[in-house]
Design a protein around this ligand. Structure first.
Ligand code: ADP
Ligand code: MG
Length: 688
């Protein structure tokens, strides 16, 4: 049997069970070997009945003395087997409605029994124990008298079948398993070899061995990931020559002079990091992270202007039209006087306008373009794309990022995110990106005062809102989208809007914005809000990302428990952008402890990085940062939070290895394994 053999052809599987296995993402023999148990049951020590504590589980070997079936009431048959263990102790095993047992456990038969021991009616009992006959079919070796694996199941699969299947596979396929880690690494970190580790994960002899096996496989998984990331990074930087921009200090000074504010030291620091990349002669490959409102946009815009200085085109992609247009307007407001030809590209543009932009980009009559997903359409081509900026990059998949980049010849790449990524995560996810962090807010920002209230405070909240509006400020009220069987229900927003408009604030201007509206309608509403023609904007989380209206000072979030920490923080970041005191009011009566923890964290902490660490602790990494979305293979056994210490060591080792052998020519099996795991996700060896 080869590792790539479909499971269907394994003895005892067949098409039906293969289908059940596919629901566990198991298609091949290899997938099976890497389907690790959820947990283990210790059935290893076989005891005499007398030695098992009442209330504990244990394994005994015993002979069947007699079996009887009684019908205690209609449809309830009790099967009792009288047993005697090898020391002569008696035990009664009891099952309910499992008549077939009588046919298996005949008088005189010897079997192993595993179950919980209880004391009832003067007898020692085992209720519904699992059992295997001795000596006939070998099943006792698998299910009894050892540490027994407990697998995830699906469909009609039974635990015992799974064990049997895995037993067969482990027996028959071990010779196919190749070591993928370098010998010196195994030695240095005292790691178990791969074959033994896989065998031990399924059928360990003891718990120490299991622990060693697990450590080895965690190490392997993280090592392969880090090697792949290092190769990807090295290839990106090393294989292509990047555009070498000239950074003219005088020009930069002049640019900074036209800004309506002075850059913060943090902004200056990251701007310098970016300039160094642009100047280096290698393509930049950098993540710019900074809390909501820390001022990432201007940094990106400056990099775009420098790109233009150097005679190259620049493109900036944002996840929504509102946001893209906002960036486009900033760019025009601040820099159009210096002669740059700037364009916007989004689906709201009439087709003919879009055609014009496309033409301008390909013939070079447009210097900079800001847009949405429209930028990655096939028909968009550039004359000489020098810099790609991607805003709110967590909204895009890797494929989209790659697609835009590939419209140039190794252009510089800057991706930005306001979802602060805990350091642990940057280490893994962005092992291949350089990271710049804006860790400081522009001056004069006052922290947004955050309150958590229940329904009973509503009337006081409405009075407060009225007061704010009377002094000229504006208010957001955000309602969750209820997701039911894939249909997005915007009803909460709509009914809140009607209630506020008709019953609470008939004298104020209330607007509505949700994802179900046509993009032109959305634009109009957003524009009215920006222009101060709407006092209270009721919205779904469509406004979560990037919108900048400094006059808005109150963010009310209905059913706040339905949002995640980082979403709430993003929403809160929509206010507190101007000179006024700002407020975020979370309305919620959460049912779960986890939700309470989240809201409490929001009230107490204003810093996005701290919040993200808390989020990571509460929810775990998989949930928050869909690894797949970043082009990563799923982690099967490692946990980047729990295994952070291993991860650090592994990263160093992986980088060292890639430094002297970036083709992995000395490690063909490692190369094969990495290619296998990354299959179809991100071609790290493209063109190599
Ligand atoms: P984000 O990092 O969330 O994308 P923005 O780039 O949208 O933040 O900036 C938020 C607001 O702060 C904008 O109104 C921007 O003009 C303003 N801003 C940026 N940098 C500074 C600064 N150094 N001083 C004052 N205001 C700034
Ligand atoms: Mg932004």
């Amino acid at each position: 049997m080869e590792l790539s053999t479909p499971v269907q052809y394994i003895k005892g599987v067949g098409p039906k069970r293969a289908k059940d296995l596919s629901k566990l993402s198991v298609y091949t023999v290899e997938d099976l070997l890497f389907l690790f148990p959820n947990r283990y049951e210790d059935r290893s020590s076989i005891k005499s009945v007398a030695d098992i504590e009442i209330g504990e589980k244990g394994t005994v070997i015993a002979e069947v003395i007699a079996v009887e079936i009684t019908e205690v009431r209609k449809n309830m048959k009790v099967i009792k087997a009288r047993l005697r263990d090898e020391e002569g102790n008696f035990l009664v095993a009891v099952w309910f409605n499992q008549k077939y047992i009588k046919d298996i456990l005949k008088k005189g038969v010897k079997a192993m029994f595993y179950g919980k021991v209880e004391y009832r009616f003067g007898e020692v009992n085992m209720v519904s124990p699992e059992f295997e006959l001795l000596g006939t079919d070998g099943l006792a070796d698998i299910n009894m008298g050892r540490i027994v694996p407990v697998y995830p199941l699906s469909g009609n699969l039974k635990q015992k079948q799974m064990r049997k299947i895995l037993w067969t596979v482990v027996e028959e396929c071990m010779d196919e398993i190749r070591e993928v880690l370098p010998a010196y690494v195994l030695k240095k970190y005292n790691l178990m070899d791969r074959k033994s580790a896989i065998r031990s994960m399924h059928f360990p002899e003891n718990f120490d061995e299991l622990e060693n096996a697990r450590r080895r496989l965690i190490f392997e998984e993280l090592f392969l990931l880090q090697v792949a990331l290092s190769v990807r990074r090295k290839n990106y930087r090393g294989r292509h020559k990047g555009y070498k921009f000239v950074i003219d200090e005088g020009e930069v000074k002049r640019l900074l002079g036209v800004l309506p504010f002075e850059l913060t030291p943090a902004q200056k620091k990251v701007l310098n990091e970016i300039f160094e990349d642009l100047y280096s002669g290698f393509p930049m490959y950098r993540l710019l992270q900074g809390d909501v409102g820390s001022g990432k946009t201007i940094v990106a815009l400056l990099a775009l202007v420098v790109t233009w200085h150097n005679g190259y085109q620049g493109a900036m992609m944002a996840p929504t039209e509102i946001l893209a247009e906002q960036h486009y307007l900033s760019l025009k407001d601040m820099f159009s006087h210096i002669g740059m030809r700037v364009a916007f590209l989004g689906s709201k543009l009439p087709k003919s306008e879009q055609d014009k932009v496309c033409e301008g980009l390909s013939n070079g009559s447009i210097d900079l373009v800001v847009g949405t997903h429209s930028l990655i359409q096939d028909r968009v081509a550039f004359r000489n794309l020098g810099l790609v900026v991607i805003d709110e990059q967590h909204r895009f998949g890797v494929a989209q990022r790659v697609k835009l980049v590939s419209k140039g010849s190794a252009p510089h790449l800057l991706v930005m995110t306001a979802t602060p990524i805990p350091r642990t995560m940057t280490l893994t996810l962005y092992g291949d990106l350089d990271v710049s962090t804006i860790d400081q807010m522009p001056p004069g920002r006052k922290p947004v005062k955050t309150y958590w209230i229940t329904d009973s405070y509503r009337s006081r909240l409405y009075e407060f809102i009225r007061k704010e509006v009377k002094t000229g400020r504006q208010v957001y009220v955000v309602c969750p989208i209820i997701e039911e069987s894939d249909v997005l229900d915007v009803q909460p927003a709509v009914s809140t809007y009607e209630y506020l408009k008709n019953d609470v604030f008939p004298d104020l201007r209330v607007g509505l914005l949700h994802g179900g509206m046509k993009s032109r309608e959305k634009e109009n509403v957003m524009k009215s809000f920006r222009d101060g023609k709407i006092d209270i904007l009721v919205a779904t989380q469509v406004i979560e990302v990037g919108v900048d209206v400094p006059n808005a000072t109150v963010m009310v979030i209905e059913n706040a428990e339905r949002f995640g920490i980082s979403q709430l923080h993003q929403l809160r970041g929509r206010v507190g952008r101007g000179e006024y005191d700002s407020y975020c009011v979370l309305i919620s009566d959460p049912k779960t402890e986890e939700a309470k923890e989240r809201l409490k964290a929001l009230v107490e902490i204003n810093n996005g990085f701290e919040l993200s660490e808390i989020d990571l602790k509460i929810r775990g990494p998989g949930e928050i940062y869909g690894l797949k979305q970043h082009g990563m293979p799923d982690l099967k056994i490692a946990d980047i939070v729990r295994d952070i210490d291993i991860l650090k060591v592994v990263k160093e080792e992986a980088m060292a290895l890639v430094n002297y052998d970036d083709k992995l020519s000395a490690y063909p099996f490692m190369l094969l394994e990495i290619k296998n795991r990354w299959k179809g996700r991100f071609d790290i060896w493209a063109g190599a």
